[in-house]
Design a protein around this ligand. Structure first.
Ligand SMILES: [Zn+2]
Length: 119
C-alpha cells in the first residue's frame, strides 16, 4: 500500500518558491492538493503552479508546544495570487495583519508551507 503524501509539492523558479497543484478547467477552482477531478464541480483539472506571492487572510500566534514546534510561532491563512488559500507557518513569531503581503519561503523541515513577510 502506498500512502499519498498530503503535503504540497514545491518547485523553485528564478522568481522564488511556487506550489504545484491543479486548476479546474470548468469552474476555475484551484488547489495545492493532488486532485484527479475538481472537488467543487467534478470537472476536469489541469496542473497549476501558484506563488510566490500572496496576501494574509488571517493569522494567529500559537503558544501551545507541539512536537518539533517551539512556541510562540505564527500561523497564517494565505491567499496566493491567482491561487488557493493555504495554511502556512510565518517566519518570525509575530502574526501579520490581514492583507499583509507575503512570499512563499519553501517547506519547513517537516514539509509544511512557510511564508515570509515582504518588506
Ligand atoms: Zn470545478
Amino acid at each position: 500500500v502506498t500512502a499519498i503524501d498530503p503535503r504540497p509539492r514545491w518547485s523553485k523558479t528564478h522568481d522564488g518558491w511556487r506550489l504545484e497543484g491543479a486548476r479546474c478547467t470548468s469552474c476555475g477552482h484551484v488547489t495545492v492538493e493532488a486532485a484527479a477531478w475538481c472537488a467543487r464541480c467534478y470537472g476536469a483539472v489541469e496542473s497549476g503552479s501558484f506563488g510566490p506571492d500572496g496576501a494574509v487572510w488571517a493569522a494567529t500566534v500559537v503558544r501551545i508546544p507541539l512536537p518539533g514546534r517551539e512556541p510562540p510561532y505564527a500561523l497564517a491563512y494565505v491567499d496566493l495570487d491567482d491561487g488557493p488559500r493555504l495554511l502556512a507557518h510565518v517566519m518570525g513569531s509575530a502574526a501579520p495583519r490581514a492583507g499583509t503581503r507575503v512570499r512563499l519561503a519553501g517547506p519547513s523541515a517537516a514539509g509544511d508551507p512557510q511564508v515570509e513577510v515582504l518588506p
